[in-house]
Design a protein around this ligand. Sequence first.
Ligand code: ZN
Length: 484
Amino acid sequence: METRSSSGSTSESVTMVIHNAVIVTMDSESRVFQNGAVVIDKDKIKAIGQSPDILQQFSPLADQILDLHGQIVLPGFVNTHVHTSQQLGRGIADDVDLMTWLHHRIWPYESNMTDEDSYISTLLCGIELIHSGVTCFAEAGGQHVSGMARAVELLGLRACLTESIMDSGEGLPVSWGVRTTDECIQSQKKLYEKHHNTADGRIRIWLGIRQVMNSTDRLLLETRDTARELKTGIHMHVAEIPYENQVVMDTRKVDHGTVTFLDKIDFLQNNLLAAHTVWVNDTEIGFLSRAGVKVSHCPASAMRMLGFARIREMLNAGISVSLGTDGAPSNNRMSIVDEMYLASLINKGREVYKRGTTDRTALPAETVLKMVTVNGAKSVLWDNEIGSLEIGKKVRLFWFLLADMVVINPFSWSMVPVHDCISNLVYCMRTENIVSVMCNGQWIMRDKKILNVDEEEVISLAKRASSKLLRRAGIEIPSRMTIL
Ligand SMILES: [Zn+2]
C-alpha cells in the first residue's frame, strides 16, 4: 500500500503515529492542535494534523500507534548554556564570593578532572536535562570533550560540544598550563575532525572562548575565521560582570565593555552564541542585533552572580534570546523548566527598577516557550531541523524536521486545572510533569524512566567520582552547622 504524506512525498510505512494529544507546534503560525497527531518515520516528522485525519491516512501504515489520552506534546527543549563537566561539582561553591568561586573551587575542580570524570559528569547532567524535557543542549566549554561526546552518544541526546579555551589571563591554575593560541585552535580542529557530526549526526563540535579576559586578540580573530572555515558556531561568555567591562576598557582602549570591543575587531557574527550578556548598553544591544548574535539568558545563575540581564530590550531589538541553566556550581538545578518560570518572573520583577512598578506583560508565556524551542534551535544553528513540530517548507522544496519532542502530563496536582495550556506550561509545569522525551525519533525517556543508561548506577558512579575529584583537588567544603 502507498500513501501521500502531507509533505507531498510518498512512503510505504511509517514508524509511529502519536495521536489524541494536545500538540503545541511552535510553528510560525503558533498552531495548537487540541486533538492532534504526529507521524514519525525513523528520525523525522512525516506529518502533523488533526487526529481523525492522520489516523485515517496513516494508521494502516504505522508500525506503532500511541494514544496519549490528551497529554501535551511540544518540540524538545533546547538548553543553550550547560557546563556538563561541572555536574560533579554541584554544591562546591554555594554562598561564596565570585573570586572564591572561581580560584578556590572551580579552577582546582576543573584542573583535576579526568576524561572519565567528564564522561560520568556528563551522564549525570544529561539525565537531569532529559528529565526536564531537553533534547538538545549547547556545552558552554569544558574539559575533556571526548568524555562528553561518549556520554551524549550513549544518552541519545543532541549537543553542540565545546572545549574550554583560554590563551592568556591572570591566576590560571598552573596544572592547566596556559596553551598558546595555536595549541588552542589545533586542539579544537582535532576535536572537530574526531567528533563533528557523529552519533547519527547528533553531535556537533563548536569553538569556544571562555571569556574575553582569558583571550588574546589573535585567539579571538583566529577563532572567528576557523568557525567560518568549519561552518560551525562559537560559544563565549560575554559581559558577565562590570569588572570585565572595566578590564576591557583599560586594556583594549574602548569606551565601553566587551561587546563594544568585539564589535570593533569585527568578531560579532551570526554564529556567535553569547552567554549571559548582562552588562550591555543600548548601543551594544544594537551591535548584537545587527550582527545576528544569539544570546543565552541564564536566569538563576544571573541572579546568583551577575545581575539583571536586559532581556526585554534584547528581544525588542530582534535578538534571538534563548534560555540556559549554566553549570551545577552556578545554579545547582539543571532544569530548563525551572528556568522558564524564573525567566518570566525575574524579567517582570526587573521592571520595578525601570518604572517603579512590576509589568505583568514582560516576557509573557508564549515568549518564554519560544525561547526554549524556536530561539533555542536558532541559537545552536539547528533551526532548519529542530525547534518546532511541522513539515519544513521552502519555495518548491519540502524537507522533514527531526523528531525531537517532549510529552507532558498536565493531569497532576501541579497543573490542574488547565484553562490556558500555554500559560500552564510556563507558570505551573514542573520537571515532574515531563513523562517522555524523544530525540532523533528515538525515545530516550518513557514514563519518567531514562532508557539508555541505568540511572541508579550513574548516580552511584557520580558520588564516588565526585568525592575522589574533590580530594585530588584539595577542595574542602566547610560545614555550615556544628556537626555533633
Ligand atoms: Zn557558563
